[in-house]
Design a protein around this ligand. Structure first.
Ligand SMILES: O=C(O)CNC(=O)[C@H](CS)NC(=O)CCC(=O)C(=O)O
Length: 293
């Protein structure tokens, strides 16, 4: 097939340590995107909270912008300057309901190389979790849940399905995206240390094996502020479940080639999609609120 003749598309995955300082965060992310573009990546991924990680929910709310604000304008120009697609996972977004709800959305923004908004997915599973004496997260106290799954978007690397962080724990959304044609699933994240060390890689590899998709997971890493440390371990998994790229500690990039011929072979060899027993447990994901191409 023609697709196998050309060079395989290269994607870059960024790991950052966002702080409450938006200016400093933008400079760091900009440097990563420019470096990735110089290496020839067509699509660059940044993690949840790439814009900032606030010290508390009051600060998180006060720093939020809308999609037509200054920060997105700068990222749009960056995408255009570099000629790359940008997956910006977890932008703290103020929408029209801000005055009435005083809550934001956790928005995964996809920009195309002209800087246009190709898609926006708003996190549907909010992270309300309490590990006694270790971690307390109550995302729903400052965030409104998204109301829809976004159909996969065609990019030069493949059909890209958007999720965010805690969504990773729900195989239903990954199956829904797979049914809708996804070839790459992406989970920009800011995992905690205790949950990350126990669950992160296992969940990402499971999602890749179950869906036979590439899984790309850009992560926050290290100390975001006085009272918060993120797990890191940015990685890429192939459709067989192998970790094919990984970041080490601290800010940086890792790269992976996306081989859709290989993906098709894995799907041919183990055709799980056609072995499902919908008669026994329903068709998880098939009735999902998105259009199947
Ligand atoms: O709040 C922000 O500014 C950015 N968003 C986050 O950090 C979110 C919500 S608190 N974190 C997670 O979902 C962690 C999930 C996790 O660690 C797990 O599922 O184990």
């Amino acid at each position: 097939m023609a697709a196998s003749l050309g060079p395989k598309p290269l994607v870059a995955v960024g790991q950052v340590t966002s702080t409450p300082d938006k200016e400093q965060n933008f400079s760091g992310c900009e440097a990563l995107v420019r470096a990735a573009a110089r290496r020839g990546a067509c699509l660059v991924f940044l993690p949840e909270g790439f814009d900032y990680i606030g010290r508390d929910s009051a600060q998180t709310l006060s720093l939020a912008e809308s999609l037509d604000g200054d920060l997105m304008a700068r990222y749009s120009k960056l995408a255009r300057d570099c000629g790359v697609w940008l997956s910006l996972g977890g932008f703290h977004e103020r929408r029209a309901d801000w005055p009435s709800t005083q809550r934001i959305y956790n928005c995964h923004v996809l920009l195309d190389p002209t800087g246009r908004l190709a898609a926006a997915y708003r996190k549907t599973h909010l992270c309300d979790v309490e590990l006694e004496g270790r971690v307390t997260m109550k995302e729903s106290s400052f965030t409104n849940p998204g109301t829809e799954i976004v159909p996969p978007i065609s990019t030069p690397a493949g059909m890209l399905g958007l999720s965010i962080c805690y969504d990773l724990r729900f195989p239903e959304i990954s199956l829904a995206l797979r049914h809708a044609g996804a070839e790459i699933l992406t989970y920009p994240s800011a995992f905690t240390f205790p949950t990350g060390s126990a669950h992160w890689e296992v969940l990402l590899r499971a999602r890749a094996i179950e869906t036979q998709c590439y899984v790309v997971a850009a992560a926050q890493a290290g100390r975001n502020h006085e009272s918060r440390v993120s797990y890191g371990h940015t990685l890429v998994v192939d459709p067989w479940g192998a970790v094919v790229a990984q970041c080490s500690e601290g800010p940086g990039l890792c790269y992976a080639e996306i081989d859709l011929e290989y993906l098709r072979r894995v799907r041919r060899e183990i055709p799980v999609q056609s072995h499902r027993r919908a008669d026994l447990y329903g068709t998880v994901g098939l009735q999902a609120a998105l259009s199947v191409p």
